[in-house]
Design a binder for this molecule. Sequence first.
Ligand code: IMP
Length: 212
Amino acid sequence: MASVSPCVVISDDEQGYDLDLFCIPKHYADDLDKVYIPHGLIMDRTERLAREIMKDMGGHHIVALCVLKGGYKFFADLLDYIKTLNRNNDRSIPMTVDFIRLKSYCNDQSTGEIKVIGGDDLSSLTGKDIIDTGKTMKTLLELLKQYNPKMVKVASLLVKRTPRSVGYRPDFVGFEVPDKFVVGYALDYNEYFRDLNHICVISETGKEKYKA
Ligand code: IMP
Protein backbone atom coordinates (compact mmCIF):
# COMPACT_ATOMS: atom_id res chain seq x y z
CA MET A 1 0.00 0.00 0.00
CA ALA A 2 1.24 3.52 -0.81
CA SER A 3 2.37 5.40 2.28
CA VAL A 4 0.93 8.85 3.05
CA SER A 5 3.52 11.54 2.40
CA PRO A 6 4.59 13.30 5.59
CA CYS A 7 3.93 17.04 5.83
CA VAL A 8 3.77 19.93 8.29
CA VAL A 9 0.44 19.60 10.12
CA ILE A 10 -1.15 22.85 11.29
CA SER A 11 -3.59 22.09 14.10
CA ASP A 12 -7.18 23.35 14.37
CA ASP A 13 -6.32 25.58 17.31
CA GLU A 14 -3.46 27.36 15.52
CA GLN A 15 -4.19 31.09 15.89
CA GLY A 16 -1.59 32.40 13.44
CA TYR A 17 0.37 35.63 13.99
CA ASP A 18 -0.66 39.27 14.42
CA LEU A 19 -0.44 41.18 11.15
CA ASP A 20 1.71 43.84 12.86
CA LEU A 21 4.50 41.33 13.37
CA PHE A 22 5.02 40.96 9.60
CA CYS A 23 5.11 43.16 6.48
CA ILE A 24 1.66 43.37 4.88
CA PRO A 25 0.69 45.57 1.91
CA LYS A 26 -1.16 48.65 3.19
CA HIS A 27 -4.10 48.00 0.83
CA TYR A 28 -4.89 44.76 2.67
CA ALA A 29 -4.44 46.06 6.24
CA ASP A 30 -8.15 45.73 7.15
CA ASP A 31 -8.89 42.72 4.99
CA LEU A 32 -6.91 40.08 6.87
CA ASP A 33 -7.25 38.54 10.33
CA LYS A 34 -3.93 36.80 10.84
CA VAL A 35 -0.75 35.70 9.13
CA TYR A 36 -1.20 31.96 9.02
CA ILE A 37 1.90 30.62 7.25
CA PRO A 38 4.70 33.18 6.96
CA HIS A 39 6.50 33.36 3.60
CA GLY A 40 9.81 32.12 5.06
CA LEU A 41 8.20 28.94 6.33
CA ILE A 42 6.58 28.33 2.93
CA MET A 43 10.01 28.67 1.30
CA ASP A 44 11.76 26.38 3.78
CA ARG A 45 9.14 23.67 3.35
CA THR A 46 9.22 24.04 -0.45
CA GLU A 47 13.00 23.61 -0.43
CA ARG A 48 12.59 20.30 1.33
CA LEU A 49 9.81 19.19 -1.07
CA ALA A 50 12.23 19.83 -3.95
CA ARG A 51 14.66 17.41 -2.32
CA GLU A 52 11.94 14.76 -1.89
CA ILE A 53 10.89 15.15 -5.53
CA MET A 54 14.50 14.88 -6.63
CA LYS A 55 14.93 11.67 -4.62
CA ASP A 56 11.76 10.24 -6.15
CA MET A 57 12.11 11.41 -9.75
CA GLY A 58 15.88 11.87 -10.23
CA GLY A 59 16.91 10.67 -13.70
CA HIS A 60 13.43 10.75 -15.30
CA HIS A 61 12.56 13.54 -17.70
CA ILE A 62 9.60 15.43 -16.25
CA VAL A 63 7.06 17.79 -17.67
CA ALA A 64 6.30 20.13 -14.78
CA LEU A 65 2.71 21.29 -15.15
CA CYS A 66 1.68 24.37 -13.24
CA VAL A 67 -1.96 24.66 -12.26
CA LEU A 68 -2.83 28.36 -12.65
CA LYS A 69 -3.49 30.75 -11.26
CA GLY A 70 -3.20 29.75 -7.59
CA GLY A 71 -0.26 27.41 -8.12
CA TYR A 72 2.08 29.84 -9.83
CA LYS A 73 4.11 30.99 -6.80
CA PHE A 74 4.53 27.50 -5.42
CA PHE A 75 5.42 26.18 -8.89
CA ALA A 76 8.02 28.90 -9.55
CA ASP A 77 9.66 28.54 -6.13
CA LEU A 78 9.60 24.72 -6.23
CA LEU A 79 11.22 24.72 -9.67
CA ASP A 80 13.86 27.19 -8.52
CA TYR A 81 14.81 24.83 -5.71
CA ILE A 82 14.85 21.83 -8.08
CA LYS A 83 17.06 23.83 -10.47
CA THR A 84 19.47 24.59 -7.64
CA LEU A 85 19.67 20.87 -6.81
CA ASN A 86 20.08 20.04 -10.51
CA ARG A 87 23.19 22.15 -10.85
CA ASN A 88 24.74 20.99 -7.59
CA ASN A 89 24.24 17.23 -7.73
CA ASP A 90 25.51 14.20 -9.56
CA ARG A 91 21.92 13.29 -10.38
CA SER A 92 19.59 15.79 -12.04
CA ILE A 93 16.06 15.97 -13.45
CA PRO A 94 15.70 17.17 -17.06
CA MET A 95 12.60 19.37 -17.05
CA THR A 96 10.23 21.12 -19.40
CA VAL A 97 7.34 23.23 -18.20
CA ASP A 98 3.71 23.71 -19.13
CA PHE A 99 0.73 25.55 -17.72
CA ILE A 100 -2.95 24.79 -17.32
CA ARG A 101 -5.69 26.93 -15.84
CA LEU A 102 -8.49 25.54 -13.69
CA LYS A 103 -11.32 27.58 -12.25
CA SER A 104 -14.02 26.45 -9.83
CA TYR A 105 -14.40 28.98 -7.03
CA CYS A 106 -16.67 31.99 -6.51
CA ASN A 107 -16.25 33.88 -3.19
CA ASP A 108 -15.06 31.17 -0.77
CA GLN A 109 -17.23 28.39 -2.21
CA SER A 110 -16.70 25.82 -4.93
CA THR A 111 -19.18 26.26 -7.80
CA GLY A 112 -19.01 22.51 -8.44
CA GLU A 113 -18.19 23.15 -12.09
CA ILE A 114 -14.51 22.99 -13.08
CA LYS A 115 -13.28 24.83 -16.18
CA VAL A 116 -9.98 23.75 -17.79
CA ILE A 117 -8.10 26.20 -20.00
CA GLY A 118 -4.76 25.70 -21.84
CA GLY A 119 -1.91 23.17 -21.59
CA ASP A 120 -0.37 21.41 -24.58
CA ASP A 121 2.32 19.09 -23.23
CA LEU A 122 0.54 17.07 -20.54
CA SER A 123 2.19 15.78 -18.14
CA SER A 124 4.22 14.14 -15.38
CA LEU A 125 4.45 16.33 -12.31
CA THR A 126 1.78 18.86 -11.45
CA GLY A 127 2.31 21.78 -9.07
CA LYS A 128 -0.84 22.82 -7.29
CA ASP A 129 -1.76 25.50 -4.74
CA ILE A 130 -4.31 23.81 -2.51
CA ILE A 131 -6.36 20.64 -2.31
CA ASP A 132 -9.65 21.41 -0.55
CA THR A 133 -12.22 18.74 -1.37
CA GLY A 134 -9.89 17.25 -4.01
CA LYS A 135 -12.55 17.50 -6.75
CA THR A 136 -10.44 19.82 -8.93
CA MET A 137 -7.44 17.50 -8.78
CA LYS A 138 -9.55 14.43 -9.55
CA THR A 139 -10.92 16.17 -12.64
CA LEU A 140 -7.44 17.15 -13.79
CA LEU A 141 -6.09 13.63 -13.29
CA GLU A 142 -8.96 12.25 -15.41
CA LEU A 143 -8.03 14.74 -18.14
CA LEU A 144 -4.33 13.84 -17.98
CA LYS A 145 -5.13 10.12 -18.38
CA GLN A 146 -6.16 10.79 -21.98
CA TYR A 147 -2.53 11.69 -22.77
CA ASN A 148 -1.22 8.35 -21.48
CA PRO A 149 1.57 9.76 -19.35
CA LYS A 150 4.07 7.20 -17.99
CA MET A 151 3.57 8.58 -14.53
CA VAL A 152 1.74 11.47 -12.89
CA LYS A 153 2.87 12.84 -9.54
CA VAL A 154 1.18 15.69 -7.75
CA ALA A 155 2.82 18.24 -5.46
CA SER A 156 0.45 20.50 -3.55
CA LEU A 157 1.53 23.19 -1.12
CA LEU A 158 -1.60 22.83 1.03
CA VAL A 159 -4.13 20.13 1.79
CA LYS A 160 -7.21 21.06 3.80
CA ARG A 161 -8.69 18.85 6.50
CA THR A 162 -12.32 18.95 5.55
CA PRO A 163 -15.30 16.62 5.86
CA ARG A 164 -16.08 17.54 2.23
CA SER A 165 -12.91 15.73 1.06
CA VAL A 166 -13.28 13.08 -1.63
CA GLY A 167 -10.28 11.31 -0.08
CA TYR A 168 -7.70 12.41 -2.62
CA ARG A 169 -4.12 12.83 -1.30
CA PRO A 170 -1.26 14.22 -3.45
CA ASP A 171 2.19 12.59 -3.64
CA PHE A 172 3.98 15.59 -2.11
CA VAL A 173 2.33 17.90 0.42
CA GLY A 174 3.70 21.05 2.01
CA PHE A 175 1.21 21.68 4.82
CA GLU A 176 -2.03 20.16 6.06
CA VAL A 177 -4.29 23.00 7.20
CA PRO A 178 -7.62 23.33 9.05
CA ASP A 179 -10.86 23.94 7.13
CA LYS A 180 -10.43 27.73 6.81
CA PHE A 181 -10.37 29.88 3.69
CA VAL A 182 -6.80 31.13 3.21
CA VAL A 183 -5.31 33.65 0.79
CA GLY A 184 -1.90 34.91 -0.33
CA TYR A 185 1.15 33.41 -2.03
CA ALA A 186 -0.96 33.34 -5.25
CA LEU A 187 -4.09 31.97 -3.54
CA ASP A 188 -6.98 34.34 -4.14
CA TYR A 189 -10.42 35.42 -3.03
CA ASN A 190 -12.15 36.56 -6.24
CA GLU A 191 -8.72 37.39 -7.74
CA TYR A 192 -7.58 39.51 -4.77
CA PHE A 193 -4.72 38.71 -2.38
CA ARG A 194 -2.49 36.96 -4.93
CA ASP A 195 -0.09 39.87 -4.39
CA LEU A 196 0.54 38.89 -0.77
CA ASN A 197 3.68 36.98 0.31
CA HIS A 198 2.35 35.19 3.35
CA ILE A 199 -0.59 32.80 3.55
CA CYS A 200 -3.20 34.61 5.63
CA VAL A 201 -6.73 34.22 6.95
CA ILE A 202 -9.14 36.71 5.41
CA SER A 203 -11.24 38.97 7.70
CA GLU A 204 -15.02 39.48 7.51
CA THR A 205 -14.30 43.02 6.21
CA GLY A 206 -12.14 41.51 3.45
CA LYS A 207 -14.80 38.93 2.52
CA GLU A 208 -17.43 41.65 2.25
CA LYS A 209 -15.19 44.13 0.41
CA TYR A 210 -14.13 41.72 -2.35
CA LYS A 211 -17.38 39.75 -2.63
CA ALA A 212 -18.35 38.88 -6.23
P1 IMP B 1 -11.13 21.48 -4.49
O1 IMP B 1 -11.59 21.09 -5.84
O2 IMP B 1 -12.26 21.58 -3.49
O3 IMP B 1 -9.98 20.62 -3.97
O4 IMP B 1 -10.60 22.98 -4.56
C1 IMP B 1 -9.36 23.30 -5.07
C2 IMP B 1 -9.35 24.71 -5.64
O5 IMP B 1 -10.25 25.57 -4.94
C3 IMP B 1 -8.01 25.35 -5.48
O6 IMP B 1 -7.23 25.12 -6.60
C4 IMP B 1 -8.34 26.81 -5.27
O7 IMP B 1 -8.48 27.46 -6.51
C5 IMP B 1 -9.66 26.80 -4.60
N1 IMP B 1 -9.59 26.88 -3.13
C6 IMP B 1 -9.98 25.96 -2.25
N2 IMP B 1 -9.77 26.36 -0.98
C7 IMP B 1 -9.20 27.59 -1.07
C8 IMP B 1 -8.72 28.53 -0.08
O8 IMP B 1 -8.75 28.32 1.14
N3 IMP B 1 -8.22 29.67 -0.59
C9 IMP B 1 -8.13 29.96 -1.91
N4 IMP B 1 -8.56 29.10 -2.86
C10 IMP B 1 -9.09 27.93 -2.44
